[in-house]
Design a protein around this ligand. Structure first.
Ligand code: ATP
Length: 362
């Protein structure tokens, strides 16, 4: 078993480095408890780096990411820094493509002690994971838009059997693991628009084939418009959702809002070989440099990374580490020790990090 895990750190821009320093402190505290260490290699990339050097994601950074055990990512992009075609600098999409990180995994849950935007009492029991297909769907059109004069533009949606089958497999295996942890039946809900688009009808067909191979897991499908309604009306009834790239992009922000803030939503972009973990939020230029950012999404992303590493290498100490971080986060909110500023509290990045580190140390 490894005594140290090599983590490629892409802190990025805006609040990215601020929340990454919180993750560094929490990983150090976790290492003290579980007896295995983390060697963090900070690497240059991002919009500021692009402005300084003309390169957003240097080759050397990409190679270091490839040889690391996992990638921890802060946030990248600055509104005033644009590429030659006017679009924002977003190397995270290039990383997804370079390493074929096909599964966008977005878990959200409520934490006792924090207010939730939904008044319904069951809103305290939200606990679901959205699995977004990351490599095709409508995002296939990125860089391929067919612009015909000043009159018409075509963006193409691409759905393949291989791409759909592997994302659905991923979702069912995740539902099986969650069910085993909870001792309850798992369920995967496919979100599509199969009533209108041939591409989506095909997505549903492949989903149903994969579902048939996992009879112990419940499976159903919903149209994305009905899902947008139900995710607000009764989000506590869902377990694992699986969906096409663009729908996943939109719904993952919606579900982050259900638990009260972007600073609470972690994520992983996972392939067969490489895993990248990052908060679902962006660089938040409006609060950058003020110490106000809530680091919890980043810390929970680090916990997801430990779980993923444990699954790959079989080192149970790493899943203990993930559980330690998650329990520490639960504790600091349940005991009312801290309240992030995005929830109307007065605690910034440093105070929240100190409280989580202290809870891990205890
Ligand atoms: P992107 O397009 O990269 O997602 P964005 O500006 O649309 O960027 P965010 O950077 O996530 O989105 O910011 C959206 C809002 O959420 C901003 O008001 C920001 O201050 C707030 N926000 C984002 N992350 C956090 C955080 N960790 N703590 C507190 N507030 C945050």
């Amino acid at each position: 078993m490894k005594q140290s895990h090599h983590i490629a750190v892409l802190a990025g821009d805006g609040i990215g480095p601020e929340v990454m320093r919180a993750a560094e402190a929490v990983l150090a505290a976790t290492a003290r408890r579980i007896g295995t260490g983390f060697a963090l290699e900070w690497l240059p990339a991002g919009a500021q780096h692009y402005q300084d050097t003309g390169e957003a994601l240097p080759d050397a950074t990409l190679r270091a990411c490839e040889s690391a055990d996992a990638i921890l990512f802060g946030a990248m992009g600055l509104p005033h820094v644009r590429g030659a075609d006017g679009t924002e600098i977003i190397p995270q999409i290039d990383l997804r493509m370079a390493f074929d990180l096909y599964a966008g995994v977005r878990p959200i849950r409520t934490f006792p002690g924090l207010p939730t935007p939904l008044a319904h009492p069951q809103a305290q029991q939200i606990d679901m994971v959205l699995v977004r297909e990351n490599t095709e769907g409508l995002f296939y059109a990125r860089g391929r838009g067919d612009v015909r004069g000043d009159e018409e533009v075509f963006d193409t949606m691409r759905i393949t059997r291989t791409g759909t089958a592997r994302i659905c497999e991923f979702a069912f295996r995740l539902a099986e693991r969650r069910a085993a942890q909870r001792g309850s039946a798992g369920r995967v809900t496919n979100v599509d628009k199969a009533n209108v688009f041939a591409s989506m009808a095909f997505f549903r067909k492949v989903f149903e084939e994969v579902a048939a191979r996992h009879p112990a897991v419940g499976a159903d499908s919903a149209y994305v418009d009905a899902m947008a309604l139900n995710l607000v009306l009764k989000p506590w009834t869902y377990d694992v959702l699986v969906t096409e790239n663009m729908f996943g992009d939109i719904l993952s922000d919606l579900i982050a809002a259900l638990v009260g803030g972007m600073g609470m939503a972690p994520s992983g972009d996972i392939g067969d070989k490489v895993g990248l973990f990052q908060p679902a939020h962006g660089t938040a230029p409006d609060i950058a440099g003020q110490g106000r950012a809530n680091p919890i999404a980043m810390l929970l992303s680090a916990a997801m990374m430990l779980d993923w590493l444990a699954g790959r290498g079989g080192d149970a100490r790493l899943s203990d580490g993930a559980a330690l971080i998650e329990r520490a986060v639960e504790q600091v909110f349940a005991t009312g020790q801290v309240r992030p500023m995005e929830f109307g509290g007065s605690d910034g990045t440093a105070a929240i990090t100190r409280a989580v580190v202290a809870a891990i140390d205890r």
